[in-house]
Ligand binder design. Structure first.
Ligand code: NA7
Length: 537
């Protein structure tokens, strides 16, 4: 069997940086990815309108000042093709592809207790024995189809936003259905509406969305950022979400109504993901404060949508604002003023089935030519459980996580020696600018491996006590917020049968980073490092 030091699963932004960073330790690496090239979720999500909801100047690597200076983003919010070009540029520049085997899915990873190595197998019959396994599998990489009867009977074409064809899809003259109104639906709907003869949007839960105010990046803005890029990055790392934003310290409920309106409007005008939420300190903590922000946003929907009945159906009322990832849009609500767009409210009349001609709800049959599923992902744990590594003593991850994910710092799992997660459950991951989180995790893992090399250790494992303490802390912090109240992909509520647990750490990136640093500074407290002859070291 082929042997190497590290197998990295995934060649998205996490896997790419892991290759680059771990090469500096002179480790032999193998990376596998099911996609045809680098880019991870950006390789798959090619639907019209796909775009990042973190600004380009933030959503980029910081590890190379030269890369930062050389690359030029063209828009405030980069499109999927531009992000993919950036990933390709990074791969070329750092010669990453020579470590990656594309079009190859890792099918199993089993820890061998005797050799203390991972036995990794792929769907291309690769068999690799690796000392370390790095799961760079991403948080949004396992697409979720809706649990609707009859999809196979549909006579037309079906698409999922997360597995979009590589060739252009032309909806001209066609009757199209979109199911799902999360970030992907909200991005794709206005563009399909412009092209299709008719579009029917099937909405189960309306979303809070603010305008992106996207546009070309002004050269002066770029130059100003480039002049202080590394200092800016360090500031970003000391914030809650890995992006520099001012978060107010006072309460929305005690503010004067005119001042409140002024600040919410300011947030609305910013065109950022958390513009409105950041204007007061208690939006994600106090239901009354949250409702004030939510009502402000509902009023914006009433302003944009001509038909008051449609506006009401588009207005979120079943969960607090920002407890599901808020959306950034370009003309989403206005799309419902078009004569060729209809909204079907699935709360009032659920889907019964998909049939040969279209979609049948309890109230009507809607005949369509194409169906677009914008139904999201089995997020965060989905990609890890799809691979389902088998750890020490033959315990699989599915068994270990049957009641929900348990990790230490979202990086390590008790019972899974020498396995590392990048942006795993229990870390801030999707609540941050994920590239900041990725770089931080990969650096932390690389530093631990360097320490092991220095001490002659071959195996590392976190203990159950440290893990239990972290899980408790993650839950305690989560329970102080409104996040657990939403049936979101953050809590696993969007997938039938998935344990309902708030998966990301909501305490903020800066606080989290301090926990990780303290663990390392205390000699990797909670971890046991062992060497072959002498045991613990
Ligand atoms: P999301 O945000 O999970 O949105 C999925 C949407 O699909 C959401 O509106 C769901 O309604 C809807 N959905 C899912 N299953 C069904 C069924 N069975 N019937 C009707 N509607 C359904 O995924 P996205 O891809 O939009 O975005 C994910 C993240 O990617 C995003 O937050 C960004 O970070 C990038 P529900 O809310 O479950 O009622």
């Amino acid at each position: 069997m082929e042997r190497c030091d590290v197998v990295i699963v995934g060649a998205g932004f996490a896997g790419m940086y892991a290759i680059h960073r771990l090469r500096r330790l002179d480790l032999t690496l193998r990376c596998f990815d099911a996609a045809g090239d680098v880019g991870g979720t950006w390789w798959w999500n090619r639907y019209p309108g796909a775009r990042c909801d973190i600004e380009s100047l933030d959503y980029s690597y910081s590890f190379s000042p030269e890369l930062e200076q050389d690359w030029d983003w063209t828009e405030r919010y980069a499109t999927q093709p531009e992000i993919l070009r950036y990933a390709g540029h990074v791969a070329d520049r750092f010669d990453l592809r020579r470590s990656i085997q594309f079009d190859t899915r890792v099918e199993s990873a089993t820890f061998d207790d005797e050799s203390a190595r991972w036995d990794v197998r792929t769907d291309h019959s690769d068999a690799v024995s690796a000392q370390f396994l790095v799961m760079a599998t991403g948080c949004l990489s396992t697409p979720k189809l809706p649990e609707i009867d009859g999809i196979q009977r549909f006579g037309g074409a079906t698409y999922h936003t997360a597995t979009w064809p590589h060739d252009d899809v032309d909806f001209t003259g066609r009757r199209v259905a979109v199911i799902g109104t999360g970030s992907s639906g909200i991005q794709v709907i206005p563009l399909i509406a412009e092209q299709a003869a008719h579009l029917t949007v099937f909405q189960r839960t309306p979303a809070y969305s603010t305008p992106a105010r996207n546009g070309p990046l002004h050269p002066q803005t770029v130059a100003a950022r480039k002049a202080t890029y590394q200092a800016y990055r360090e500031r970003a790392r000391s914030t809650h979400i890995g992006v520099v934003i001012d978060v107010a310290a006072d309460s929305a409920t005690s503010a004067d109504p005119a001042e409140r309106e002024r600040r919410f409007s300011e947030g609305w005008d910013e065109g950022t993901l958390y513009g409105v939420a950041s204007k007061f300190a208690d939006i994600l903590i106090d239901p009354a404060a949250n409702e004030l922000a939510a009502e402000f946003l509902r009023q914006r929907i009433r302003d944009a949508v001509a038909d008051p009945d449609v506006a009401e159906r588009l207005s979120p009322r079943t969960f607090p604002y920002a407890t599901k990832r808020p959306c950034l849009d370009t003309g989403y609500f206005e799309t419902f003023n078009r004569p060729n767009v209809a909204l079907v409210d699935l709360r009032a009349a659920p889907i019964i089935e998909v049939n040969a001609d279209g979609i049948r709800t309890t109230e009507q049959q809607v005949d369509v030519d194409d169906i677009v599923f914008a139904t999201g992902f089995d997020a965060i744990t989905g990609p890890l459980l799809a691979l389902d590594p088998v750890g020490a003593g033959g315990i699989s991850l599915r068994e270990k996580w049957s009641a929900g994910p348990r990790t230490y710092l979202g990086i390590a799992i008790a019972g899974f020696p020498n396995l590392f997660l990048v942006t795993g459950p229990g870390s801030p991951s999707v609540l941050t600018n994920v590239i900041v989180s990725i770089e931080h995790h990969v650096d932390w893992i690389a530093d631990l491996l360097a320490t092991m090399i220095e001490r002659g250790a071959t195996s590392v494992e976190v203990d159950e006590i440290a893990e239990a303490g972290w899980v408790e802390h993650v839950n305690e912090i989560g329970d102080l917020t409104l996040y657990p109240l939403a049936a979101s992909w953050y809590t696993g509520a969007n997938v039938d049968g998935k344990p309902r647990v708030l998966m990301p750490y909501v305490g903020g990136f800066c606080a989290y980073r301090k926990h990780c640093a303290a663990t390392a500074a205390n000699g990797y407290e909670g971890f046991t490092l062992t060497s072959p002859g002498s045991g613990a070291c």
